[in-house]
Design a protein around this ligand. Structure first.
Ligand code: MCA
Ligand code: AMP
Length: 466
């Protein structure tokens, strides 16, 4: 199936621009090198090399595993080992250790002419394996099919009236759904030019609005809150068509301030790595602060109580949000039990998010079923993974991690640690070195003991009392 559409505008990343044909020619050269591999990893810096490598994987029909470029040795070893990636695709100067799969330096390949035609891969073939945190243990590989990406992007193009006439602007990381699927495969499929600003900084968005005709802007709430705090940058976005927020809740005051400064009520949308984007406000229609919109075409949602019984869509009663759609993931790699647990007996995906649904179909996300999943700066972070990283430090005896409210990041990773002779800063750096830097605790409280119940389990709701 053809995932990438027929024609389209150029791609620019951090100042480097390539016409679409050249990019596809480069990707075709990558495809020729990797065809037949079970999977390939991509050292996913915000760069043209990353785009050429990912598109090369799609052309070859080889599953692509994006590696966060700052992931420390523990996280990187897990992703490479679990995914079975046979090669690491990256710029030629990237360092790869002797125990890792060999490096394929994509910038040294000479371009093939043409390209643009996808391999004969089946619609349900795996296009991407995206690693994402669960509440416990190491991140799980989410298998995303070609048909899910196609369905997900077509639904968004319809909802946002996204056409080749748009210029998409964002600076999000290229190893998650938001930056990679929506932010790179989206413009390639729709045909709109892409201006990737390298980092998601408000001043770079403002410059792209004024100098590059940016019309459609993607950001996580932290980006929009930083924009709303800087009036002259925000005002530069007045000429845009649509500002879209997602990956975490957009605070109502940020919605309102952004609307006042830019003249645009932001479109909020909701999704997950496992489901892609399922619910959104529409370009032609209402946008309500605190609400994430209505289901996209082809998506069904429902609410369930803890015992699984149905919750009425009365706009007030919260329940766990369940989703059924052609854009759902195929399962977690090598984790059949985790896959089975994430679906109900009647085949709905359990998001773990607590929501209300109004009689008019508008969804509001009110929380998460588990306190062990943290959203910080739009990144999903599992408490268990951070606790395990802290416990690997020889001085640490006990550790409990929670998300606490943070003005800029939404939530911040906060650790309560029982340890001997180690400082807070050392523990923060210890985690930053082993895992992706954004997973590091921002605050560490060194405490004498952790609150436990009669069963000996840590009572996380009582950590704040310490
Ligand atoms: C700080 N740094 C350190 C340390 N402390 N490095 C090593 N050790 C330390 N102890 C460095 C970092 O490496 C980085 O350096 C710099 O400090 C800033 O890091 P940080 O504070 O983490 O970044 P920030 O600027 O505050 O980040 C805010 C952000 C970011 C830009 C909004 O959180 C972000 O990019 N979020 C996007 C997340 C996202 O795309 N989520 C989508 C998943 P340097 O400057 O060199 O890097 S959700 C999804 O896909 C679904 C489907 C959906 O709904 O969209
Ligand atoms: P990830 O798999 O990294 O995309 O994280 C998915 C989670 O992000 C969801 O389960 C939600 O908890 C959260 N999320 C994404 N978009 C929104 C939104 N617009 N409002 C509130 N939470 C969101």
């Amino acid at each position: 199936m053809d995932l990438l559409g027929g024609t389209g505008g150029p791609v620019r990343i951090a100042g480097r621009e390539l016409p679409r044909d050249e990019l596809l020619g480069w990707a075709a050269a990558v495809a020729a090198e990797i065809r037949g591999a079970d999977a390939v990893a991509v050292h996913a810096t915000a760069s043209m090399e990353t785009v050429a490598a990912v598109v090369g994987g799609l052309l070859a029909g080889v599953p692509v595993v994006p590696l966060p470029p700052d992931s420390g040795p523990a996280e990187r070893a897990h992703i490479l080992g679990d995914s079975g990636a046979e090669l690491i695709l990256a710029g030629g100067r990237t360092e790869v250790s002797a125990t890792e799969p060999p490096l394929l330096p994509v910038d040294w390949l000479s371009r093939h002419d043409g390209g643009g035609v996808d391999a004969e891969a089946a619609p349900d073939a795996t296009a991407l394996i995206l690693y994402t945190s669960g509440t416990t243990g190491a991140p799980k590989g989410v298998l995303i099919s070609r048909s899910a990406i196609a369905a997900g992007l077509d639904a968004l193009a319809e909802a946002w009236a996204w056409t080749p006439a748009d210029v998409l602007v964002h600076g999000l990381p290229l190893f998650h759904v938001h930056g990679l699927v929506l932010g790179v495969l989206g413009p390639l499929r729709v045909g709109s030019p892409l201006v990737h600003t390298g980092r998601p900084k408000p001043e770079l968005y403002a410059a792209a609005a004024q100098d590059d005709g940016g019309s459609l802007f993607f950001g996580v709430p932290t980006v929009w809150s930083r924009t709303a705090a800087d009036p002259s940058t925000a005002e530069a976005l007045r000429g845009a068509r649509l500002l879209v927020s997602g990956s975490a809740p957009l605070p109502v005051p940020v919605f309102e301030r952004l609307s006042a400064l830019t003249g645009h009520r932001p479109v909020e949308r909701y999704g997950m790595t496992e489901t892609l984007i399922t619910v959104s406000a529409r370009a032609e229609g209402d946008r309500r602060p605190g609400y994430v919109g209505t289901p996209l075409p082809g998506v069904e949602t429902r609410l369930a109580a803890e015992d699984g019984s149905p919750v009425p869509p009365d706009g007030e009663t919260p329940g766990e949000l369940h989703v059924r759609a052609p854009l759902l993931f195929k399962g977690y790699l090598n984790r059949p039990e985790a896959t089975a647990e994430s679906f109900t007996a009647d085949g709905w995906f359990r998001t773990g998010d607590i929501a209300t649904i109004g009689p008019d179909g508008w969804h509001r996300i009110v929380g998460r079923a588990s306190t062990d999943l943290i959203k910080s700066g739009g990144y999903r972070i599992g408490a268990g993974e951070i606790e395990n990283a802290l416990l690997a430090h020889p001085a640490v005896r006990e550790a409990a991690v929670v998300g606490t409210p943070h003005d800029d990041l939404g939530e911040q990773v906060t650790a309560y640690v029982v340890a001997d002779g180690v400082g807070e800063r050392q523990l923060i750096d210890f985690v930053a070195e082993r895992l992706s830097v954004h997973k590091r605790p921002r605050v560490v409280h060194l405490v004498g003991s952790l609150p436990r119940n009669a069963m000996g389990k840590v009572v996380k709701s009582r950590l704040g009392e310490l």
